[in-house]
Design a protein around this ligand. Structure first.
Ligand code: IMP
Length: 182
C-alpha cells in the first residue's frame, strides 16, 4: 500500500453496516414520497450509490458537482462546477442532499442556494462524514443524517480523495504524508 495511507479508521464492514442502517431509516421516513437524492460529486459518488441501493422505496437520483479543496486544504471558495439540470422541476419534491464530508460547511451553504425559490416540499441533508472541527462556519444548519462523526483528520477512500487519488479504497484511512506523524 502507498506509504501515505495511514490508519484505517472506517473498515469496509463498518461502512457497509452503517450505510444499511441509514438506508433503512430513510426508507421508513420517505415511503410514498418519491424523494430525489442530490448526490454531490465527486466525493459522494460511492456513498450516494450505496445509499440509493439501500433506499428501499421509489426515489430519483440527480448529481451536482462542487469543488473547494486543493490538496488537504479548503480554498475558502466553492465552485459549482455542474449545477442542477435546467429542466429539473423540483416543485413539491422532497430533496435529500447527499454529501461526502461536512467540514467548514461552505459547500453545503453553496449547494443550499441552488434550491432557493424552487418550491421544494422539504430539504434534508445526509453526509457520510461530519468532521468535528473548530473551522465550522457559524451559520451552517445542523445536518439531518450523519453516517459517521470523525475527528479533524484528513481522510481518503470510499470516494474521498487527495488531489483525485485514493477514491477507490473500500475503507477510509487517514492520509499521512509523513506516516510517523500519526
Ligand atoms: P467544506 O466545504 O469545508 O464543508 O468541505 C467539504 C468538501 O471538502 C467535501 O465535500 C470534500 O470534497 C472536501 N473535504 C473536506 N475534508 C476532506 C477530507 O478529509 N478528505 C477528502 N476531502 C475532504
Amino acid at each position: 500500500m502507498d506509504p501515505c495511507i495511514g490508519k484505517v479508521i472506517l473498515s469496509e464492514e463498518a461502512i457497509s453496516a452503517r450505510v444499511k442502517e441509514l438506508g433503512a431509516e430513510l426508507s421508513a421516513l420517505y415511503r410514498g414520497l418519491n424523494p430525489i437524492l442530490i448526490v454531490v460529486l465527486k466525493g459522494s459518488y460511492i456513498f450516494g450509490a450505496d445509499i440509493s441501493r439501500n433506499l428501499k422505496v421509489s426515489h430519483e437520483v440527480e448529481f451536482i458537482r462542487c469543488q473547494s479543496y486543493s490538496g488537504t486544504a479548503s480554498t475558502g471558495t466553492v465552485k459549482m462546477v455542474t449545477g442542477l439540470s435546467k429542466n429539473l422541476d423540483l416543485t413539491g419534491r422532497h430533496v435529500i442532499i447527499v454529501e461526502d464530508i461536512v467540514d467548514t460547511g461552505l459547500t453545503l451553504q453553496k449547494i443550499s442556494q441552488e434550491f432557493k425559490g424552487k418550491g421544494v416540499a422539504s430539504i434534508k441533508t445526509c453526509t457520510f462524514v461530519q468532521k468535528v472541527t473548530k473551522r465550522r462556519l457559524d451559520d451552517v444548519p445542523d445536518i439531518d443524517y450523519v453516517a459517521f462523526e470523525l475527528p479533524d483528520l484528513f481522510i481518503v477512500g470510499y470516494g474521498l480523495d487527495i488531489d483525485q487519488k485514493f477514491r477507490h479504497l473500500p475503507y477510509v484511512a487517514v492520509y499521512t504524508p509523513d506516516k510517523d506523524a500519526t
